[in-house]
Design a binder for this molecule. Structure first.
Ligand SMILES: [Zn+2]
Length: 759
């Protein structure tokens, strides 16, 4: 037990010896404009002994945030003081602005203590976030060393956002606050809250109580990957009361974060229509959707009562959210109902609108006018460009960068959220084993993103306000999965948005990311470990005697291998020869943790054999060359951005395999995919030819019997009478141009193949 007197001496001793404490390295994400570690010494924050001195009244939010953080993760509490007591202090002050960019601060740590000065309270708050990252993670609850340094910092972009879809799945108020804390810790400043959609209406509107009595609940949810393997029939939903929303808006404001509500229109309206069927063209009945996608029933664009309803809703929304921006969706609105709705058609005639796209534009412009009349501005997804942009709208570019480019060229402000970099619902691992919407966006891809498209000149580039990470939650049903999907990609995006372009360096970020992982541990988050993953590749064996499995790790750690069902473990010395059906496992240890990769090899008569292709696959989907089709590895996870499959655009997969010797065979199976929304069609048919000499081939059988095996993956089996042959030609016929009525109609279709089995 330490007595009060002893404690005093103990702490005094600590303060004195602080000069001799070696400081930890400085690893800040996002990277500041300038960081100088001035000495190897550290200043020591002492529990209950280091006061925060606020020079002015503006720093309550910063002090509260810092104290909450210290208390939560280090059990340290600091008091505030109005007078400086010696050098053991954290001093917050205002300075004259030193950049034109809002958010600039300077942070100094030296023998005089810690000093943060910013051009306003918000800037000082960013300095607090940097101070938090100067602390050791984890650290002691008695004393925290802070390295001596001088930091000057300010953001590159004014809009640094994160989005969360609370409609496909609902998240609690506590979790929303947690999400907002993460946004703050990354020096981001916007939370885009997706509150209404087909699968649920999540915001209480007093004038229309059925929106939450009816619209917040669905009677089930599809199971598995769309279109699903069934429905769980579980009553599901939830909503935020206006009191809860006020609480969240304040919580965010206390962290200098603006909450932008999204009220979707005219599409993604099923939940509203189910609550008030008069809002639709057909008048229903409608239901809150239980599956994902885009639905034909949307708000009727002809009926004045639709606009009256939406204005009433927006009145309450505007009263709740002080944000300058109100997001009104505008995306993915089918025109099917409008084409046959007499009220919509009459509206088109009276307003002299040439088509339904112009009607959508009329809809958005009418709503924009209303929102503008309340002193606010609208944001819409890039579809709002179609049929003419509303005069003051800001465009959120999600279908690639083009929408943003077009809008900037029309002198409209833009927030970039292109799917290929900013959609955090996509997989970040090629070895993903949880359900995701697909795609592949690893952390380095996010880091490589440049929000200002090269095709814009300097004047147009000024319209790019920044970017945002989007998290759609069809396949994200709990907080742990949210954490897994956003970390570490959100950290990479924060640097894209905050740090100066010339300060971005992937290699340096990787070094800092290793410390960021320790912070995630400190925060107790379930971040993705994809960064640590072993990279794997499958190579042809020598003399076609099997396949070679190559594994690598980026840390130069010794690796080990095992086969399932066997106790032996051996050190990895080079690509492992695999000659039979087996589950192989490779792993390495780092910081007392094991990172592993498992791979199933499926052997048949074709595996590892010589293969040639009559047509090259597309450059976008080259796999590992023709060998991909006989490497024993199936593309079981259905991810299209992988080395495990070949993609053919408009052409056939026409492969000839040399079995090496004459052999009896009676079956050929082609592993392929079906994903019509991505223009991927299964083969029209698979035809098998055999030959003893490799020159003269005879057709033995064909089949068009495509069977789904798992999600988007499927097979065509071709069975035939036992045949003796050495060469087998397998023709998987491309289906040709996409028929009308399907996505991409009239264009060439994709054919994907990942394995050919011969038995
Ligand atoms: Zn209508």
């Amino acid at each position: 037990m330490i007595t009060a007197v002893m404690k005093k001496i103990f702490f005094a001793g600590l303060i004195f010896t602080s000069f001799f404490v070696r400081a930890q390295e400085i690893n800040i994400i996002p990277q500041p404009v300038s960081v100088k570690q001035t000495k190897s010494n550290a200043f020591i924050i002492v529990n209950a002994g280091t006061p925060i001195v606020a020079e002015g009244d503006d720093f309550g939010k910063s002090i509260n945030f810092l104290n909450d953080y210290l208390d939560r993760f280090y059990s340290i509490k600091l008091r505030t003081s109005s007078t400086t007591l010696g050098n053991n202090v954290i001093r917050l002050s205002l300075s004259n602005p030193f950049t034109t960019v809002q958010g600039g601060y300077k942070l100094t740590v030296d023998a005089n203590g810690i000093s943060i000065s910013g051009d306003n309270a918000n800037s000082v708050f960013y300095g607090i976030q940097t101070l938090i990252q100067l602390l050791p993670a984890p650290g002691s609850s008695i004393r925290l060393p802070v390295p001596y340094c001088e930091i000057t910092d300010y953001p590159r972009f004014s809009y640094r956002g994160m989005h969360l879809d609370c409609c496909r799945h609902f998240f609690s108020v506590d979790f929303i606050k947690q999400y907002i804390d993460w946004i703050a810790l990354h020096k981001m400043n916007y939370f885009h809250w997706h509150l209404t959609d087909d699968q649920g209406w999540r915001i209480e509107i007093k004038k229309y109580p059925k929106l939450t009595q009816v619209g917040a609940w669905r009677n089930g949810t599809i199971i598995g990957s769309f279109p699903g393997t069934g429905n769980d029939s579980i009553h599901y939903g939830g909503f935020y009361s206006q009191e809860q929303i006020k609480e969240i808006v304040k919580y965010a404001a206390d962290r200098f974060i603006t909450v932008i509500p999204e009220i979707e229109m005219p599409g993604h309206a099923s939940a509203a229509l189910a609550s008030y069927p008069f809002l639709g063209c057909t008048k229903g009945p409608y239901e809150v959707q239980q599956t994902w996608g885009v639905f034909d029933d949307v708000f009727c664009a002809g009926n004045d009562s639709t606009y009256k309803f939406l204005q009433d809703v927006l009145d309450e929304v505007i009263a709740l959210f002080p944000s300058k921006y109100i997001h009104i969706g505008g995306d993915e609105c089918p025109k099917t109902r409008w084409k046959t709705c007499p009220v919509c058609q009459r509206r088109m005639r009276t307003e002299k609108l040439k088509d339904e796209h112009a009607l959508q534009s009329y809809f958005i412009q009418r709503i924009e006018k209303y929102v503008n009349s309340k002193g606010r501005s609208v944001i819409g997804w890039d579809e709002i460009l179609e049929g003419g942009l509303a005069p003051n709208a800001t465009v959120m570019s999600w279908r690639g960068e083009q929408g943003g480019i077009d809008a900037a060229k029309q002198n409209h402000y833009v927030i970039m959220t292109p799917g290929d970099w900013c959609y955090f619902d996509h997989s970040q691992s090629e070895q993903e084993d949880s359900l995701t919407i697909g795609g592949y966006i690893p952390v380095d891809k996010v880091y490589s993103y440049e929000p200002v498209p090269a095709s814009l000149n300097a004047d147009q580039a000024k319209y790019i306000l920044g970017a945002q990470g989007n998290l759609w939650t069809e396949y994200i049903s709990n907080p742990g999965k949210v954490e897994y999907m956003i970390f570490p990609r959100m950290s990479a995006l924060s640097e894209v948005l905050w740090s100066q372009k010339q300060n971005r360096d992937w290699g340096d970020f990787e070094k800092r990311l290793m410390v960021q992982f320790k912070r995630y541990d400190l925060w107790n988050t379930k971040y993705s470990k994809a960064y640590f993953e072993l990279k794997t590749s499958v190579l042809p064996g020598k003399d076609y005697n099997g396949v070679l499995w190559k594994i690598e790790n980026k840390f130069n750690k010794k690796m080990f291998m095992t086969f399932a069902g066997s106790d032996s473990v051996w050190g990895y010395t080079g690509p492992q020869l695999i000659q039979k059906t087996v589950r192989a496992r490779g792993y390495f240890n780092l910081d007392n943790r094991t990172f592993e990769v498992r791979q199933d090899f499926n052997f048949n008569k074709a595996t590892g054999k010589k293969i040639t292709l009559a047509n090259e696959p597309s450059k976008n989907f080259p796999g590992d060359g023709p060998f991909t089709l006989v490497n024993g590895v199936w593309n079981e996870r259905g991810i299209t951005r992988t080395s495990q499959l070949l993609g053919f655009l408009g052409s056939d997969c026409d492969a000839t395999i040399d079995l090496g010797t004459m052999q009896y065979i009676s079956n050929v199976t082609v592993h392929t995919m079906k994903d019509l929304s991505s223009w991927i069609w299964p083969p029209k048919y698979v035809e098998v030819f055999v030959s003893g000499d490799g020159k003269n081939f005879t057709s033995v059988k064909s089949s068009d019997d495509f069977k789904i095996t798992n999600g988007k993956n499927g097979v065509i089996h071709v069975n035939f009478l036992l045949t003796n042959t050495r060469y087998v030609r397998v023709l998987a016929k491309n289906t040709g141009n996409i028929p009308s009525g399907y996505p991409g109609a009239g264009y060439e279709s994709w054919l994907f193949a990942d394995e050919i089995e011969i038995n």
